[in-house]
Design a protein around this ligand. Sequence first.
Ligand code: SF4
Length: 261
Amino acid sequence: MPSLQATAALLEQSLRTRRDLLGRRSTGVTRESLARLSRSPAPLSQISNLKSELPREAQLDALREAVSACRQCENLAETRTQTVFGSGNPQADLMLVGEAPGADEDRLGEPFVGRAGELLTKIIHAMGLTRDDIYIANVLKCRPDTAPGAPGNRPPTPLEMQHCLPYLRAQIALIQPRILVALGKTAMLALTGADQSMGAMRGRWFTFENIPLLATYHPSYLLRNGSNAEKRKVWEDMLLVMEKLGLPVSEKQRGFFRSAS
Ligand code: SF4
């Protein structure tokens, strides 16, 4: 994990990378360019009023303020009710990263507060934790806009992710979690550039800035496919997280969703 000062010093390099990518882009940002950006340094000092000598909470507040004023994705800035920065414990050992706010999150300003959020909260409780013990954020801080009347949510575009990634990287640099969990493919793509099926990525440890990173299914996947077999896969991933964190794991916890149906 780079220090805040080191991260700040790397801003120019990161912005140069982004300018290069945008400068070369004629038909859209590619997944390859996004993957390259995900490996580039975190542009923490893009947030001009961040001061590394301030407490972590104050720096997060400053970052939140900067995000709330951000209009890099003009279409999202126009259609959002508010930005959804993140929530939880700034000192958390465990940080969960999702995709983007949905309608409920956009309305309430909190990540994971809809049906998927309720399921995520149950998973967190099953681990013996609460949402106040961990930190939750999304790759995108604004709800991806949809056509009027269109149902559901849409995934972020590569360009939107490219715009917003520096904020997530700055959050991670400030919180310094011991473990990251990517909830779904989009979060994995943003954090690592990996563009494989979740079935191929889940249950394996990756790293992000030297922080162990585990991938698992987004809770919305479990809402669509809630068989015990799929729940068990997510739960096995969470058991790996618990073990890595040194949390106690009871026999009862080990057995959750064991009987596939
Ligand atoms: S999604 Fe991120 S980069 Fe885009 S306008 Fe919202 S805060 Fe800014």
